[in-house]
Ligand binder design. Structure first.
Ligand SMILES: C[S@@+](CC[C@H](N)C(=O)[O-])C[C@H]1O[C@@H](n2cnc3c(N)ncnc32)[C@H](O)[C@@H]1O
Length: 276
């Protein structure tokens, strides 16, 4: 038993989300003496499953980070705002284009931005998050039978779980350079693409390439030397084996949607890298 708190389901869908891999990941999480740290939180499926007492969640995606902060701090107002959203194609595109107005999303208050983010996540194609080079959200409307936009029970459970969480929007290096001895770090970066058509690494306009994978690996070798526990996910790719030589690498299989077509759902080997 790692925690006295009950796991909850994440309130967002997220590409590369770790829900289906939890049975592989959860047993590998140690008892945590210090902080639980996730520098690439996405929907934070592992965090919500581990339910740590003290945590630091981070992601480079500003809208995602704003949404998590609002769920932590303003869940009742958020639920009120969400009650004004409904599943309709024209309404979806009205809401989607708010980031194209002059002044962009900063013209909207943080709670409304969070409601917009959840609405787009629940009703956009496959729950994807994708922006163009101007930073404009460009995921098309998603076809669902009767999508649930706001699940108040789940949002409130997530709100409770986030009460002792620090939530930031930094580059991962600014989180990893502040990790201390008793902390545990779970890292789920954008994956090294396994083929030219599977390069879904543009969660954000900044991108994540070989340099970032190498910089990340250097941190993890440093943690290994310092006996700081970590677990990292990545694609089963020769570059990853090369970068993490000397650490424990376990191959696991995940069913993933690797491109925008549903027939792109295949079982892909992934790896878990750790020093435990
Ligand atoms: C594979 S997803 C994480 C999925 C998450 N574990 C889940 O279960 O939903 C990777 C995340 O890394 C974030 N990211 C990309 N580049 C980053 C960077 N340089 N620093 C911090 N976060 C970054 C993306 O915004 C994205 O949310």
């Amino acid at each position: 038993m790692k925690t006295l708190r009950q796991s909850v389901s994440p309130f967002l869908k997220w590409a590369g989300g770790k829900r289906q891999l939890l049975p592989e990941i959860y047993p590998r999480i140690p008892i945590i003496k210090g902080r639980y740290i996730e520098p690439f939180m996405g929907a934070a499926a592992v965090f919500f499953s581990v339910a740590p007492k003290i945590s630091w969640l981070n992601d480079i995606n500003d809208e995602l980070v704003n949404c998590f902060c609002v769920v932590r701090d303003e869940v009742d107002e958020l639920l009120k705002r969400l009650s004004n959203y409904y599943y309709d194609k024209d309404f979806y595109y009205e809401i989607r284009k708010l980031d194209r107005q002059e002044g962009g999303l900063l013209k909207i208050d943080p709670t409304e931005r969070a409601a917009r983010f959840i609405f787009l996540n629940r009703t956009g194609f496959n729950g994807l998050y994708r922006v163009n080079s101007k930073g404009h959200f460009n995921v098309p409307f998603g076809r669902y039978k009767n999508p649930e936009i706001a699940n108040s029970g789940r949002l409130k459970a997530c709100h409770d779980m986030l009460q002792n969480s620090k939530i930031t929007q930094f580059h991962f290096r600014d989180v990893l350079s502040q990790v201390k001895q008793d902390d545990f770090v779970y890292l789920d970066p954008p994956y090294q693409p396994v083929s030219p058509t599977s390069n879904f690494t543009n969660y954000d306009k900044i991108g994540f390439g070989r340099d970032e994978q190498s910089e990340l690996a250097e941190f993890l070798h440093y943690f290994n030397k310092k006996n700081i526990s970590f677990l990292a996910s990545n694609a089963s790719h020769p570059l990853i084996y090369e970068l993490y030589q000397g650490l424990s690498i376990t191959e696991i299989t995940a069913r993933r949607s690797i491109n925008s077509k549903s027939e792109g759902r295949v079982s892909i080997p992934e790896v878990l890298i750790s020093n435990m």
